[in-house]
Design a protein around this ligand. Structure first.
Ligand code: UDP
Ligand code: LCN
Length: 805
């Protein structure tokens, strides 16, 4: 936040304190007297409301209400209270108030974090604390100004930098020329040859080439054009025929005349520079069958496999359009797990279904002695293996791709760290995809890292995240709020801006969410599998008997409960049985709501029925909890719980089958980073109720293309669902209206073809700007290397695996 605005806000509060000493004093007194020393936004607000209520008042607009509403955290360190204040997306400041004198000071972030550290460590003064601060390294780099522009980094870069292309005595224009001469594929020079030595020569050559092409019929193939253009310095890559080549040439001459950001983007989108792609997803299980629903294997695997299919198609289309006969080469690297438990994760190479040449390459983890680690390892415990893994991957990939990749995409904390190592060593553009940053999922996991360290190793993970997100050339996110949150909730990346791992180190500026490296590119759902229930010709009606049995069958080894009244509307949920998915929460809301229970059935697909069938502690606990709820509330006649994983085609048809029955889908997670099941349900035309914490808040327009529910207010969530069912019964066409709006919403924003198109354009543009502006960020890289070596490595080495089960 700018200093002016911060000072203004603090001055406003000071003035208030002068005029209303008693109110402020009593409010702070109440906070200080409480046993809690750490207050979060909702607790602070509730305390304020109660405080006013005791005085017969209610919150009214004014400086104090504004302050309390924006305060996201308070730490009591008597007589002081330190506050972190976040008035809206992208802005935060800190202050402290003396509860006795009402003196108010602005704080810097370190001072505020020190309050938190003292609270956790229960020490009055702390010795010197290591600070991580990336800000000085970013001073020279362009930064967005407006919160609403966050996540549109490439547009900003194009606007900002294209105007500078020809400043600095044409130095950058020369780098554009160099950039166009650098492309080659297996010894074949592309775009421009050596003979065009300067920008003047390029302009002349372009004019001549345009003249030469103007006389050709538009469909003349490149092979016929090549002899005309090669002497002028033009190599293959301009277009498959005269029409396309002429267009590409004209785009370039337009840029040389007056660099317009949109033209620059269109031109760069055509430059043939991505043939070999490396995607990293180290932790397992990563495979194509029998892996979904396992503890760490959820949407990320679905995402990557669909992404590969879409990217291969897009890469091929672009390569062909530019007149090149080159096969795109995509390799997804994961770990090889010898004890593969019925999956293919012990196979070194596996072709990816639905692609021509893409494949999964598996490289084992090795222990320090060099032996292959045979068993599955939780994603929280992979850290000690990654450095060695990266080394082996580099060798294996260089052989597999017969050279180096043109782009490296990391996934999740482990993949992004390995991507950073490889991209830096191989000199390749790096893209990060988080899927889920655990920090916002687990409350206080940074502050109380020590308490959970034996199980989760969050400090090691967040250190890896810091290194990887700062090393990345660009970061792709699924939603806006993944970066910057909402006005009243913090973004996943934003949570890395400043935090503390008490006694380990303090993060003063971990990442800047205004950095143009952030781009929102949302995934979709496989359109061959998840399509509208109305698309009768494509429906898999042959599966309906099986589905009927699944939904309405009798209890069994993999099913608990069966519907007494099968004619009722059906609410459906499907997820891994993690605590955060809150499936048991949904079951409990349903059980406790007479209104809902009285008119709908609930179908749950999650985990296993038998706790012995699970080898994951968290899942076992959830299974026990589910059984307890069934018993306590007598749910066996209204809730049916299937403890199984459906294959993709069956799951796809199940969403539509439930749509035929005019049911609805529910995603009740406490937090959901994005939520592929929400997209799957909506693409099937199934009205969806989904958590307002995370991606679904953005995916669904509440009341139009589905409904938001608050997992912390189960009763209200039940009422929203019951209200919908009642409305459908009372108003013919209402269900169809929501279904259609869901389909429209997904088609306009959440498809893999939109994704692939954007991703391929982004990679070229970042590659371009990296080349022409020397975005190498060598100083940052050196700083991160030191942090890696001195901070992360010893932490990773100390991570000991815990026995499962
Ligand atoms: N899924 C599945 N079987 C299950 C649970 C989930 O096939 O028992 C699939 C689901 O269809 C979706 C993915 O796994 O494609 C879950 O992705 P999502 O983003 O919803 O959540 P995640 O598991 O990644 O947290
Ligand atoms: C991980 C998650 O937790 C989900 O919310 C996402 O949809 C999935 O990855 C794919 O990005």
């Amino acid at each position: 936040m700018s200093e002016d605005v911060t000072d203004g806000a603090i001055d406003e509060l000071r003035e208030y304190a002068e005029r209303h000493r008693e109110t402020l004093y009593l409010l702070l007194r109440g906070l200080s007297a409480d046993t809690r020393r750490h207050w979060l936004r909702s607790d602070l607000w509730d305390h304020y409301v109660d405080f006013l209520a005791e005085r017969g008042e209610a919150p009214a607009d004014g400086p104090l209400t504004r302050f309390v509403a924006a305060a996201e955290e308070a730490v009591v360190d008597a007589p002081w209270l330190g506050f972190s204040v976040r008035p809206g997306v992208g802005f935060r400041y800190y202050l402290r108030i003396n509860a006795e004198t009402l003196h108010i000071d602005g704080l810097d972030v370190s001072e505020f974090l020190a309050y938190k550290e003292r609270m956790v460590l229960a020490q009055p003064e702390l010795p010197w604390q290591l600070e991580f601060d990336i800000a000085p390294f970013n001073r020279e780099f362009p930064r967005l100004e407006e919160a609403r522009s966050i996540g549109r980094g490439v547009e900003f870069l194009n606007r900002r930098l294209s105007s500078q292309l020809f400043q600095e005595s044409g130095r950058r224009a020369k780098s554009l020329l160099d950039f166009l001469r650098v492309h080659a594929y297996r010894g074949q020079q592309l775009m421009l040859g050596e003979q065009i030595r300067d920008v003047a020569a390029l302009r002349t050559a372009l004019r001549r080439a345009e003249r030469a092409l103007a006389h050709q019929s538009p469909d003349t193939p490149w092979s016929t054009l090549a002899p005309l253009l090669a002497p002028l310095g033009f190599e293959p890559g301009w277009g498959r025929d005269a029409a396309r080549a002429l267009e590409t040439l004209r785009l370039l001459s337009d840029i040389l005349e007056a660099p317009d950001p949109a033209v620059l983007e269109r031109f760069l989108a055509r430059v043939p520079m991505i043939f070999n792609l490396l995607i990293l997803s180290p932790h397992g299980y990563f495979g194509q069958a029998n892996v979904l629903g396992r503890p760490d294997t959820g949407g990320q695997v679905v995402y990557i496999l669909d992404q590969v299919r879409a990217l291969e198609r897009e890469m091929r289309a672009r390569i062909e359009a530019q007149g090149l006969d080159i096969e795109p080469n995509i390799v997804v690297v994961t770990r090889l797990i010898p004890e593969a438990d019925g999956t293919t994760c012990n196979e070194p190479l596996e072709p990816i279904a639905g692609t021509r040449a893409s494949r999964i390459l598996r490289v084992p983890f090795r222990n320090p002695e060099g032996d292959v680690v045979p068993h599955w390892i939780s994603r929280f415990e992979v850290w000690p293996y990654l450095e060695r893994f990266a080394g082996e991957v580099q060798q294996a990939v260089t052989m597999e791709l017969d050279g180096r990749p043109d782009l490296i995409v990391g996934n999740y904390s482990d993949g992004n760290l390995v991507a950073s190592m490889l991209a830096s060593r191989m000199g390749v553009t790096q893209c990060n995809i988080a899927h889920a940053l655990e920090k916002t999922k687990y409350l206080f996991s940074d502050l109380y890292w020590r308490e959970n360290d034996a199980e989760y190793h969050f400090a090691t993970q967040y250190t890896a995240d810091l290194i990887a997100m700062n090393a990345a050339d660009f970061i792709v996110t699924s939603t806006y709020q993944e970066i910057a949150g909402t006005d009243d909730s913090i973004g996943q990346y934003e949570s890395y801006e400043s935090f503390t791992l008490p006694s380990l180190y303090r993060v003063v500026r971990g990442i800047d969410i205004f950095d143009p490296k952030f781009n929102i590119v949302s995934p979709g759902a496989d359109a061959d599998v998840y399509f509208p229930y109305t698309d009768q010709a494509r429906r898999l009606t042959g599966l309906h008997d099986e589905l009927r049995e699944l939904v309405f069958g009798a209890p069994g080894a993999q099913a608990r409960g069966c519907f007494e009244d099968a004619g009722r509307p059906l609410l459906f949920t499907m997820a891994r049985l993690d605590r955060i998915k809150n499936i048991a929460g949904l079951v409990e809301w349903y059980a406790a709501s007479e209104r809902l229970r009285g008119q709908a059935n609930l179908l749950v697909i999650a985990g296993h029925i038998d706790p012995g069938a699970s080898d994951d502690r968290e899942e076992q606990a959830q299974i026990e909890h589910m059984h307890a709820l069934f018993d306590r509330y007598g749910l066996d006649g209204q809730v049916r719980w299937l403890g199984m994983r459906l294959d993709k085609m069956l799951a796809g048809e199940l969403y539509r089958f439930i749509a035929d029955l005019r049911g609805a889908f529910v995603q009740p997670a406490l937090f959901e980073a994005f939520g592929l099941t929400v997209i799957e349900a909506m693409s099937s035309g199934l009205p969806t109720f989904a958590t307002r914490y995370g991606g679904p808040l953005e995916i669904i327009v509440d009341g139009v293309s589905g409904f938001h529910i608050d997992p912390n207010h189960g009763e209200a969530a039940s009422d929203i669902m019951a209200g919908f069912i009642e409305r459908c019964a009372a108003r013919p066409g209402y269900w169809e209206q929501i279904a259609q709006a869901s389909l429209d919403r997904v088609a306009s924003r959440y498809t893999w073809s939109l994704y692939a198109e954007r991703m391929m354009t982004l990679s070229r543009i970042y590659g371009f700007w990296k080349f022409v502006t020397n975005f190498e960020r060598a100083e940052t890289r050196r700083y991160l290397e030191m942090f890696y070596g001195l901070q992360w490595r010893p932490m990773a080495a100390a991570v000991a695996e815990r026995p499962q089960g």
